[in-house]
Design a protein around this ligand. Structure first.
Ligand SMILES: [Zn+2]
Length: 121
């Protein structure tokens, strides 16, 4: 097993967005499976396998806070658009814009606590 390497927040955030995609896909697939819409069981376990592998390369502390958020919200990582958090629609302080834009550090919304990524102006 390879130990997770230290990587930049930018890379962590990119992986986290991917992880969230997989989580949403797994959720969707499980619902389809329950409703018997012909989604194959192997499909779900393959998604889960991919999820596990991806999770391994994410910084453990970040992964933990993501998973904690995910129990509260459907989406733990949300975009900031025109200075507004698209999770709770509160304005993100201008002082934080540059940090979120450049992904130098991982920032969370002060209001809802979701992890922020920059969508555009
Ligand atoms: Zn928010």
């Amino acid at each position: 097993m390879s130990s997770p390497q230290k990587q930049s927040p930018r890379e962590d955030l990119r992986l986290l967005v991917k992880l969230q995609d997989l989580d949403l896909m797994i959720r969707e697939a499980s619902v389809q499976q329950e409703k018997n819409l012909g989604f194959k069981i192997e499909g779900v376990s393959r998604l889960q396998e991919a999820r596990k592998e991806l999770a391994r390369s994410i910084e453990p502390r970040l992964l933990k806070s993501y998973e904690r958020l995910q129990r509260r919200y459907e989406r733990a990582v949300v975009p900031v658009y025109r200075g507004v958090c698209l999770g709770c629609f509160m304005t993100v302080p201008i002082a934080h814009h540059q940090a979120i834009k450049s992904h130098k550090t991982v920032r969370v919304c002060e209001n809802c606590g979701r992890i922020l990524c920059w969508l555009g102006d």
